[in-house]
Design a protein around this ligand. Structure first.
Ligand code: PLP
Length: 381
């Protein structure tokens, strides 16, 4: 038998069979009636999932490309922008905005810290900025920031808010319009349960009105917006991926976004309960908001790279190592998108076996029970 493979990373994530089947349909022409209804429905569903009335721009790119569209459209050389970072992706956005010539005020936390809205407020008082750039779910650490409160602080100072929701959209609440988020960027391969290749970008009227002078073409918001309004994509879209995303968004909306968020909270609780029952120390916060990825410290004397390798070699399971300085120190269990509690239990059982093999002093047989209990018996409301 070919070994079964399990994808337990915080992106790419497992893709449901209905979504994969949509990818297998014959390729259609993007300027024909074969594609337009799919495109229209996909864009409408995207607005629902982003909880916005605005058109959500769709780019043929990974999340970073969609994010670069925000930088290319909003940053003019020499302008002041506040970038909040507390991990790998926040630091990437500081580098990218600087690369486009922004005068970056970098509110830089240590990896694993949770950004504080009051710090944002104070920084904006000291130093006026056109926009605040913030990561909702910092996938490198497992921290989910309170974007609603950060957005409120930015609004008080009259700044735009740009949110990296690449790993959070469709997993935890991200209320684009209600929270006053000007730009919300995401990607297809995370909680949206679709293969990699599509980047999404919700843009407010205030953000369109504030576009800057940086050179851009493929990622120009106005060009994409006008084309989408006529269902006539500016450039050839990956029609098979759009068809797949349409099906995946339909699945999310059929389950109901609130039910989806509740499932993720319970998955996060199950993962943390299992890890703690084994005697492991969490790196990501032990709180419900941290429902995207559970980051766990490798026990003393164990390199997390060996845990990642052990899961892969013995069980065909892919989990994520730490990034940057956390490489070898933590391992990360993703649980966004097409996940249920038995995926959590499967990973925990395998982690337990691999850690024992590596000589770690873990208590055997308790993680699975603790995870199931946490999933079943802790009401969310
Ligand atoms: N931002 C966050 C929070 C992410 O988790 C990722 C991907 O892991 C990215 C940005 C980059 O997205 P992509 O790899 O799709 O370009």
């Amino acid at each position: 038998m070919t070994a079964k493979r399990y994808l337990f990373t915080p992106g790419p994530t497992p893709v449901p069979p209905q979504v994969l089947a949509a990818m297998g349909e014959p390729v259609v022409h993007h300027r024909s009636p074969d594609f337009r209804p799919v495109y229209e429905r996909c864009l409408a569903r995207l607005r629902e999932v982003c909880r916005t009335e605005q058109e959500v721009l769709l780019f043929t790119a990974s999340g970073t490309g969609a994010f670069e569209s925000a930088v290319a459209n909003l940053v003019s050389p020499g302008e002041s922008h506040l970038v909040v970072s507390a991990g790998n992706f926040g630091e990437r956005w500081a580098a990218m905005t600087s690369g486009y010539g922004a005068d970056v005020d970098h509110l830089c936390y240590a990896w694993g810290e949770t950004p504080d809205p009051d710090d944002v407020r104070a920084r904006l008082r000291e130093h006026e900025s056109k926009a605040v750039w913030v990561v909702h779910s910092e996938t490198s650490t497992g921290v989910v920031a309170d974007v609603q409160a950060i957005a409120a602080a930015a609004k008080e100072a009259g700044a735009l808010v740009v949110v990296d929701a690449v790993s959070s959209l469709g997993a935890v609440p991200c209320e684009t319009d209600a929270w006053g988020l000007d730009v919300v960027v995401s990607g297809s391969q995370k909680a949206l349960m679709t293969p990699p290749g599509l980047g999404t970008c919700a843009v407010s009227e205030a953000a369109y009105a504030a576009t800057g002078s940086a050179a851009r073409f493929y990622f120009d918001w106005e060009r994409t917006r006008k084309a989408q309004a006529k269902l006539d994509a500016a450039f050839t879209p990956p029609v098979s991926l759009v068809a797949a995303l349409d099906v995946a968004l339909g699945l999310l909306l059929e389950e109901g976004l609130d039910a989806v968020f509740e499932r993720h909270i319970r998955l996060g609780r199950a993962a943390r309960a299992g890890a703690k029952a084994m005697g492991l120390e969490l790196f990501s916060p032990d709180e419900d908001r941290s429902a995207v990825v559970t980051a766990i410290r490798a026990p003393d004397g164990v390199d997390s790279s060996a845990v990642v390798k052990g899961l892969r070699d013995r069980f065909g399971m892919t989990i994520a190592n730490g990034q940057g300085d956390l490489l070898g120190k933590i391992f990360r269990l993703g649980h966004i998108g097409w996940f249920d509690v038995f995926d959590i239990v499967t990973m925990l059982a395998a982690v337990e076996i691999v850690l024992a093999d590596l000589g770690a002093d873990v208590e055997r047989g308790v993680a699975v029970t603790a995870a199931l209990e946490a999933y079943e018996h802790t009401p969310v409301h």
